[in-house]
Design a protein around this ligand. Structure first.
Ligand SMILES: Nc1ncnc2c1ncn2[C@@H]1O[C@H](COP(=O)(O)OP(=O)(O)O)[C@@H](O)[C@H]1O
Ligand SMILES: N[C@@H](CCC(=O)OP(=O)(O)O)C(=O)O
Length: 378
């Protein structure tokens, strides 16, 4: 039997752990073959690849013992070009360009960084490239580190609005107990809700090899983040034949069903923004476009009040003076004022650049009354 959620997924984030990156070219080639095949079917694929520290260690003569944070950062800096080179090499066989994106925790904290990262990744996907994401280990510190790339991958899934997160590891999925200590452990094929009993099954990384960092524990946390955003997660073995495509079959890997919806997670995020610093007043045509789930174009804006940066939350005021929505502005207040009421084609001439046709993108709007995309208290 095949998993419908797999076939229906339009945007997939694939995360590859350090242990796989070290397994040699045939494993990497097999993963790339599957990604190229899915991309060829029109699916949008973002790759989150670990392995910079593991690949950088031997280059700097760092042995297999434990490393200080600074040594890990140095190893990551030395290993990252090798890692990207490996992906570039293997995707070149399919005529696909790769593109490196190094992200940090604040990409999910700062709305401006969030918008920029999302726009870059979507543009790369529109252009047919495979984005290869890793944490920017040089500027990550103990306090702000993700700790592992499983959660980074879940954040990236939220960022790009993925509907499936594939975590490829050195193990076939979640077992009902740590298989290193319990040889009788059984694979858990499906998880509908991640509760305490699921967390209790998961142990740490494989301390024997010392390569992975998060273990099953961080994969469950990642699946939890993804599930709340309406994204399913599958954990499977990256060293199997056709490692990703085989996960369509119900007998393979562990499948975690989504619990929330992408819309409700996004709505909660926008609605939870600090008090909006500004307001955009719009005309009746724009108000009905918003009610229909469309973006706010500059042509429908009548006035812009207050001081806000690109990425800040703004109140959207309808023609009768009441707040009808909250949104994340795609432009700062002064630029928004300059393009207010103008046509999309005029933006570049007015500002000297054109970022997006929308003043506030539909994905970043939450209506005050439940409608096309959920509701919030504006
Ligand atoms: N309940 C469990 N089911 C499966 N694997 C588990 C479990 N508990 C702990 N593990 C360990 O988690 C490891 C995978 O995590 P990790 O080493 O961080 O991999 P990666 O480098 O792929 O992120 C497995 O090799 C296994 O040793
Ligand atoms: N940024 C680090 C990520 C380390 C990490 O999370 O590793 P893993 O547990 O194998 O996914 C690296 O590339 O080495």
């Amino acid at each position: 039997m095949t998993r419908r959620g797999f076939d229906a997924a339009r945007c997939i984030v694939v995360k590859v752990g350090s242990s796989l990156l070290q397994s040699g070219p045939s494993v990497i080639d097999a993963i790339a073959d599957d990604i190229a095949s899915l991309a060829g079917q029109g699916k949008r694929i973002v790759l989150v690849s670990s392995g910079a520290v593991a690949l950088g260690r031997p280059r700097l003569g760092l042995g297999s013992g434990s490393l200080t944070l600074e040594q890990k950062q140095a190893a990551a800096a030395a290993g990252q070009p090798v890692l990207v080179g490996e992906w570039e090499r293997t995707f070149a066989r399919h005529g696909r360009a790769t593109a490196q994106a190094l992200l940090t925790l604040d990409v999910t904290e700062s709305r401006r960084h969030w918008l920029n990262a999302r726009a870059t990744l979507h543009t790369l996907l529109d252009l047919g490239a495979i984005p290869v994401v890793n944490e920017n280990d040089t500027i990550a510190t103990d306090e702000i580190r993700y700790g592992d790339n499983d959660r980074l991958a879940a954040r990236v899934a939220q960022l790009v609005g993925a509907d499936l997160l594939v975590l490829l590891s050195d193990i076939e999925g979640l077992f009902d107990r740590d298989p290193r200590c319990h040889p009788e452990a059984r694979l858990v094929p499906e998880v509908h809700r991640i509760d305490a009993s699921i967390h209790a099954m998961a142990g740490d990384a494989n301390k024997l090899t010392g390569v992975g960092t998060g273990g099953m524990r961080s994969k469950i946390l990642a699946a939890e983040i993804a599930a709340a955003s309406g994204c399913a997660t599958i954990i499977g073995s990256g060293s199997a034949r056709t490692p990703i495509l085989r996960l369509r079959q119900t007998g393979c890997g562990s499948w975690f069903h989504p619990t929330g919806s992408a819309v409700s997670a996004r709505a909660a995020w926008i609605a939870g923004a600090h008090s909006p610093n500004g307001e955009i007043r719009i005309d009746a045509g724009a108000a009905s476009a918003l009610q229909a789930g469309k973006s706010l174009l500059p042509v429908g804006a009548i006035a812009v009040d207050g001081h806000f940066e690109r990425g800040d939350a703004v109140r959207i005021i309808g023609p009768d003076g009441t707040a009808i929505a909250r949104g994340v502005s795609g432009y700062d207040a002064s630029d928004a004022r300059r393009i207010c009421g103008c046509k999309t084609a005029e933006i570049e001439a007015l500002l000297g650049y054109r970022r997006a046709s929308a003043l506030v993108h539909a994905d970043d709007i939450v209506l005050s009354s439940p409608g096309a995309n959920g509701g919030c208290n504006v």
